[in-house]
Design a protein around this ligand. Structure first.
Ligand SMILES: [Zn+2]
Length: 203
């Protein structure tokens, strides 16, 4: 097939520097012989062929980068999702315990409303370590009457949530849990000491 004008598609004369039909000028004369096979054997040849393949290379690179980015993002989300559950204070209980030493100041903190009495945001602070154990046993046994008997029978103090306190000691609670011996540092129960589950004390 002979070469055809890129502009008007008319057949071109070999060796010509312009189209005989539309007058389009060429910087390179129309070659003699058959045009290479293609959808449209136009002259001058499409300059953008090289650029196009370059573009497609860039497109492939961008695609690869996007896929890699997604893989990295998924991996990051997976790692984040595998981290241990944290308390509302942003520390996991294990680590938090390590940060608190005897003599440290902190505050009483209800955890999941566990000791919230009648919605009044009061923390149940056991009078003695033995009372703390009994309170827990009653809670585990879902023995509400027994629990209330301890709470309202002198075995515990109902102290406002977030009251300042100091860690003055600790001991073993039920099933390997640690209980904290704290001294209240403000409010009506100032200087009173008592026992609470470790998680109810925050620095
Ligand atoms: Zn033409």
């Amino acid at each position: 097939m002979p070469y055809r004008c890129q502009t008007c598609t008319k057949t071109l004369t070999e060796g010509s520097l312009s189209c005989g039909s539309c007058g389009k000028r060429f910087s390179v004369p129309v070659p003699s012989g058959e045009a290479p096979a293609g959808p449209f054997p136009a002259w001058p040849p499409q300059k953008s062929r090289q650029a196009k393949s370059g573009n497609s290379l860039i497109n492939v690179s961008v695609g690869v980068l996007v896929v890699l980015g997604l893989i990295v993002a998924c991996f990051f989300l997976f790692v984040v999702s595998q981290r241990p559950q944290q308390t509302s204070d942003g520390l996991d209980p294990q680590k938090q315990a390590a940060y608190i030493n005897i003599g440290d100041d902190g505050y009483l903190s209800l955890r999941n409303g566990a000791s919230d009495v009648d919605g009044a945001s009061k923390v149940i602070v056991a009078a003695t370590q033995d009372d703390e154990t009994k309170l827990n046993d009653a809670a585990v046994a879902k023995d509400k009457v027994g629990y209330d008997n301890i709470v309202y029978g002198g075995g515990a103090y109902l102290i406002q949530n977030h009251t300042r306190a100091k860690l003055i000691g600790y001991g073993d609670g039920f099933t390997g849990a640690t209980v904290y011996h704290v001294r209240i540092e403000s409010g009506p129960f100032q200087d009173q000491d008592g026992w609470i589950p470790q998680e109810w004390f925050k620095k």
